[in-house]
Design a protein around this ligand. Structure first.
Ligand code: S3P
Length: 435
């Protein structure tokens, strides 16, 4: 299937409700499955990745009742109440499902085997298998313990706590180690080169588990049981809001309001960079809900200019690089991205994908350089056929590029169901309003 997106004439105006945060939705379901009382989750992200987590926790014995698409009740049987699944667990396209659950399952007394889709089968898993094995976990995977399929077998004895220096900042790896650390003997400390998103630490706190943070190090102590909150309200996903933040910034005459967006400081790198580029937005009604900061964001079009961003800010905006590249293309001057090697191991190699597809729409606009790229802002943009690489964030970024540029014919557009199933309806809705 291909989707045609026309150039959008005139500004985007109105209010766009943003779906629930993907990272927080995953964790809300997983942690509730380890509690011993029902947890009502609201504004849950009803998209394929989070539904993969739901399917896995059900197979592991938790009860899940959907009250609507975005509201569900998850009831676990306690920290030691998971049961051996009857079949192979399928994490689909979701690295978060797989990597966090490996941490939960490493200390269990039963065997679990995981698989996933073609993209997840290519993604590196040694980064989780290695530290968990150092704690005493028994995990084997294809290609010398590096890839799916992966089997997590019962450990010979209780896992041991440790201090682990992570070579790259990754919330998924950090979370897997902390979750395994709850079941370990002694304390477990994870040290990152830069701070990654801290949703695990915040949500564990809501479940009565304290972690200690010191610089880029997080420590967890053995945990007897979780004390689940009655309710978790998931804020809107800033990674999904990012498409509209950039679209409204670069399409002249735009003025949109994005209510209830999560603005946890470990996720707001996109706001810092857009501000630096001259974007015109403001955070309204700033509040805290369930330990997470949220705000309404009003964004208006403005003239952007190029900037540079490097390794330190990368974990705070890692998923937003493709859409930031769109902002950079419509900005004046060059934008230089460095320290972004992690983009090569996302749902696709996003440095390569951005370079290939942007250059089809705007020849000569992007040069890949080592672990980064240079985007030459202001290069002419034409209509062209591009592909999504079955990567949801590439598909949405290319759709916005087409809407802001001169249109695009997008191959494999369906992958937006991974994180934002309503994305095209919203985009098409702006067209309907114009008619
Ligand atoms: C996530 C962490 C990030 C991010 C992913 C979600 C999480 O991955 O890219 O979309 O929920 O912990 P890494 O931990 O690999 O950086």
């Amino acid at each position: 299937m291909k989707k045609e997106i026309q150039r959008f004439h005139g500004g985007l105006r109105g209010e766009i409700s943003i779906p629930g945060d993907k990272s927080i939705s995953h964790r809300s379901v997983m942690f509730s499955a380890l509690g011993d009382a029902p947890v009502r989750i609201t504004n849950f992200l009803h998209a394929q990745d989070c539904l993969s987590t739901v399917a896995c926790v059900k197979a592991l014995g938790a009860e899940v009742e959907f009250l609507s698409d975005t509201e569900l009740i998850v009831t676990g049987h306690g920290l030691h109440g998971l049961k051996e699944p009857e079949g192979i667990l399928d994490a689909g396209n979701s690295g978060t499902t797989l990597r966090l659950l490996m941490g939960v399952l490493a200390p269990q007394s039963f065997l679990t085997t995981f698989t996933g889709d073609a993209s997840l089968c290519r993604r590196p898993m040694a980064r989780v298998i290695k530290p968990l094995s150092l704690m005493g976990a028994r995990i084997v995977g294809r290609g010398g313990n590096r890839f799916l399929p992966i089997t997590v077998a019962p450990a010979e004895k209780k896992l041991s706590g440790m201090v682990y220096d992570m070579p790259v900042a990754s919330a998924q790896v950090k979370s897997a180690i902390l979750l395994a650390g709850m079941y370990a003997e002694g304390e477990t400390t994870v040290v990152e080169p830069f701070a990654s998103r801290d949703h695990t630490e915040r949500m564990l706190e809501a479940f009565g588990v304290r972690t200690q943070k010191k610089g880029f190090a997080v420590t967890i102590h053995p945990v007897e049981e979780l004390h689940p909150p009655k309710e978790i309200e998931v804020p809107g996903d800033i990674s999904s809001a990012a498409y509209w933040l950039v679209a409204a910034s670069v399409i002249p005459g735009s003025d949109i309001l994005l209510p209830n967006v999560g603005v946890n400081p470990t996720r707001t790198g996109i706001l810092d960079v857009l501000k630096d580029m001259g974007a015109d937005f403001e955070l309204l009604h700033q509040r805290t809900s369930g330990g997470e900061a949220a705000a309404d964001i009003r964004v208006r079009s403005s003239k952007l200019h190029g900037t540079s961003l490097g390794a330190e800010i990368m974990p705070r905006l890692i998923d937003e690089i493709p859409i930031l590249a769109v902002a950079a293309l419509f900005a004046e001057g060059d934008t230089v991205v460095t320290g972004a090697g992690e983009l090569r191991v996302k749902e696709t190699d996003r440095l390569q994908a951005v370079t290939n597809e942007f250059n089809k729409l705007s020849p000569g606009s992007v040069e890949a350089a080592g672990d980064g790229m240079v985007i030459h802002g202001g290069c002419p943009v034409k209509k062209a056929e591009v592909i999504s690489y079955d990567d949801h964030r590439m598909a949405m970024s290319l759709a916005i590029l087409g809407a802001a540029g001169n249109g695009v014919l997008l191959g494999n557009p369906e992958c937006v169901h991974i994180s934002y199933p309503e994305f095209y309806d919203i985009l098409d809705g702006f067209w309907e309003e114009k008619r």
